[in-house]
Design a protein around this ligand. Sequence first.
Ligand code: ATP
Length: 199
Amino acid sequence: MTVVLGITGGIATGKSTVSEIFQSHNIPVIDADQIAREIMMPNSLALNQIKKVFGSEVFCSNGELDRQKLGQIIFYSQEKRQQLNHITGPLIRKIILSRREEYLKEKVPVLVLDIPLLYESNYLAYVDLTLVVYVPKELQLKRLMERDGITKEEAMRKITSQMPIEKKKELADIVVNNEYDKAELVRRVETIISKLLQK
Ligand code: ATP
């Protein structure tokens, strides 16, 4: 039987880095962020709905979505962020669940769902275990500022717009503390992979 593991965490706590470690061990990963990009192809249903709600100012002259502009809008408005999630959330869910079904048919031993909004968007019914990639808030802030080249204020705003990482930690079946170096992270995740493959 397949063990479906839901990976989540806060912004820039290391979810993608952890998912890559699973992938490097030939464990399939369904990545919600990647699907979010896939559904926003030119002429897609998602883009048409985004145009209706946000207007043509969030599009470049070649018809592609201006992600930076849209990002700025939802960064400053919780209401707009919710509107966007309302458009993309159900489309992303449909693809995640159909890919999940395919992998279950293939009887893979372990399947990872990498979903930033795992707890907030009610995916618990579709996973057997949840794993939260945790770092203390100060380090989360530092890594986010460095990765995205943003100010402390911008980074704080992004972090505080999310469910607190401490709360996610409480909800998790497995917590991976990612405050050490990447080699240590690999060791920790590999220990988890070995245990999952023994189940
Ligand atoms: P997002 O929420 O934006 O999708 P994420 O949770 O997937 O982010 P990553 O992109 O994996 O996070 O990691 C965030 C940043 O922290 C990246 O620049 C990554 O290289 C760095 N990072 C991750 N783990 C470590 C570590 N153990 N030591 C140092 N840097 C790390």
